[in-house]
Ligand binder design. Structure first.
Ligand code: HEM
Length: 586
């Protein structure tokens, strides 16, 4: 009867009404502790929270066989519209909600931000700013862009337009969770240097958690320090020298494939994907692209699912009952990745079962050594190993693929720089294979790579979470707020880089990074800054220099007419439709 009057609500179960559903939701939320936030509504009344989100207002649920109508529409102050309630049956129970309770912490906190003079886009119930972000992104992505390097308005239209509106330190809402965007350079330094150990890595959730698990990127404290040491050891200068032959082998395999493309079009984005996968497989895991192929494909699918769902807010209570198709697929992928990594780990264990300290000197060997450590305090579990392998498979190839693809694009447009780079390579190596010493002397190449990373930084933002209340200048940041340092915005800021900020000018870096940045490291963050900065920096730049040198020795390249410029943020900035080149053998 209520349904026929247009009043919605959860379905009625014989005798129990909605009570079983309510009990299940409460059991779930009460089974885990909540973080120290005041956003208690989803925990205390998960049923009202999730149904309100579904039905908005005036919905009915069933207390056993008895209906209750939940009314949230306000008229004037706290009065509900009596007119709309006329269709309630005589014995219907009217359940009004406490005004501030249901509006939730989002709106309340927003009031506090406003009082503090911190501006930002308006907060929408439960969705925060995500709908606005999705609309802006849909709009910019719906049309191709011209072949310019002014990519910030397209890749992050929300940050771009809000920065224009509010200048700095504005708050937007990732669902009900606030994020403060900080561009003031002294604060950027404070945050990334983790002053007072307050600005920690963000707790990853959902798809991101499935991608990185509890790997280095997601850790903090002692665990992080231990793993960071391990990774640092695996990728330090001496180890890198030993990796040069493996990197060269991977590039040779790629260039062998390229022979069939002479005078033809080639999508270098796809090529670099395979190359960087092969490089990380050989150098860190002692295997090859083919052996790790399944893992990379599954990681790529998981990355795409993550990007597709980046701004979709799902209520925790709802996720329990209804798994989206993407959620089900991501669980399968997570399991598949785990199984494949364990196979690689077991294979190494078997091949090197000669005892302790004999698992091989690469990253996987170090992980296994740590897994077999007699000292329990320093021992890592099998799950830790899986998470760490995932992290390095992803971090080791997505980012470098992005760097190589955009650099080749830039050199195909700015052919004068392509020629300068080639001359330097020929002068250093002739037609011989690159060497570690020679790579360190490639100055022109260095400038080109720095400028490419400035215009197209693979990682477009650095995110942190405030662990306890802290003062940032005049602003008091509450615990749990997310802090967003917008790398792409800083790299394209005309006040920092001048009016030609969007142009490719490698000469900016002719006297080194310090001079180009006017001795302020906070303005240029392709590899981050401070203790969490990239552990693979030298690995990635060596790999890029070897690859570019070997290409430049053999080919000149121009942009194919088929190329469509469409940079998109996936995990890194990626060319949505590939990077098509015409190859000309030298
Ligand atoms: C051009 C290539 C690369 C770029 C632009 C890049 C960028 C970055 C950035 C910006 C961070 C800091 C993130 C933050 O502060 O929140 C980072 C961290 C990290 N990178 Fe890279 N990266 C690259 C290549 C690599 C490679 C090749 C590896 C592995 C072999 C790697 C492994 C990592 C790891 C494990 C972290 C986390 C470090 C920590 O939390 O202590 N990266 N990277």
């Amino acid at each position: 009867m209520l349904r026929s009057q247009g009043i919605k609500g959860p379905s009625y179960r014989f005798l129990h009404g909605s009570t079983k559903e309510i009990l299940n939701m409460r059991k779930e939320t009460m089974s885990r502790p909540m973080d120290l936030s005041h956003n208690i509504f989803p925990r205390v009344q998960p049923h009202i929270y999730s149904w309100l989100n579904m039905y908005r207002t005036n919905f009915v649920f069933w207390y056993g066989p008895k209906p209750q109508i939940v009314v949230t529409e306000l008229e004037g102050k706290l009065l509900y519209k009596m007119a709309e309630l006329q269709s309630i049956p005589k014995k219907g129970i009217v359940f009004t909600r406490k005004q501030y309770g249901l509006i939730g912490m989002g709106r309340l906190t927003k009031m506090k931000w406003k009082e503090k003079g911190i501006k930002g886009p308006s907060y929408r119930f439960l969705h925060g700013s995500t709908k606005e972000i999705l609309n802006m992104r849909k709009e910019t992505m719906s049309r191709p862009m011209d072949l310019s390097h002014n990519i910030f308005p397209r890749v992050q239209p929300h940050i771009y337009s809000w920065l224009n509106m509010y200048r700095t330190n504005f708050v937007f809402w990732y669902g009900p969770k606030p994020q403060i965007v900080v561009t003031e350079l002294e604060f950027v330094k404070e945050i990334l240097n983790n002053r007072d150990k307050v600005y920690q890595t963000m707790d990853s959730e959902g798809f991101l958690k499935k991608l990185f698990g509890g790997g280095l990127v997601a850790l903090d404290g002692e665990k992080w320090a231990h793993r960071r040491k391990l990774a640092h050891y695996a990728f330090h200068a001496e180890s890198l020298k030993n990796m040069t032959p493996a990197m060269i082998t991977s590039v040779e395999i790629m260039l062998e494939r390229w022979k069939q493309y002479k005078g033809k079009e080639i999508d270098v984005f796809e090529e670099f994907r395979q190359l960087t996968s092969d490089v990380i497989s050989r150098t860190a895991f002692g295997s090859s692209y083919l052996e790790g192929k399944d893992i990379f494909e599954m990681l790529m699918k998981l990355t795409n699912l993550m990007a597709r769902n980046a701004f979709k807010i799902r209520l925790p209570a709802l996720s329990l009952f209804f798994k989206s198709g993407d959620n089900i697929e991501s669980e399968k992928l997570e399991q598949g990745i785990r199984d494949s990594i364990i196979k690689i780990i077991k294979k190494r264990e078997k091949a090197t079962s000669g005892g302790l300290h004999n698992f091989g000197g690469d990253f996987l060997g170090l992980l296994l050594e740590s897994n077999h450590n007699v000292d329990e305090g320093n021992r890592i579990t099998e799950q830790d190993m899986v998470d760490e392998c995932k992290t390095f498979y992803i971090a080791g190839h997505e980012t470098t693929t992005s760097l190589l693809s955009w650099t080749v694009l830039l050199l195909s447009i700015h052919t004068d720089w392509q020629e300068k780079a080639r001359q330097e390579v020929i002068k250093t190596f002739g037609q011989q294979l690159p060497t570690s010493d020679g790579i360190a002397r490639l100055k022109m190449m260095n400038m080109i790579i720095h400028e490419s990373l400035r215009l197209y930084p693979p990682v477009i933002a650095l995110l942190r979470e405030v662990k306890r209340e802290v003062k940032m200048g005049d602003i008091i940041l509450p615990a749990n707020i997310k802090v967003h340092v917008p790398t792409l915005a800083l790299h394209h800021d005309t006040q920092i880089w001048g009016e030609n900020a969007h142009l490719f000018k490698p000469e900016r870096f002719s006297e080194g990074v310090a001079k180009a940045t006017n001795y302020n490291p906070a303005v240029y963050l392709p590899f981050g800054l401070g203790p969490r900065s990239c552990v693979g920096l030298n690995f990635a730049t060596n790999e890029a220099k070897i690859t570019l040198s070997m290409i430049l020795q053999r080919y000149s390249f121009t942009l194919s007419p088929a190329y469509i410029h469409s940079p998109v943020p996936v995990l890194t900035i990626s060319p949505q439709r590939g990077v098509q080149m015409m190859l000309h053998a030298l």
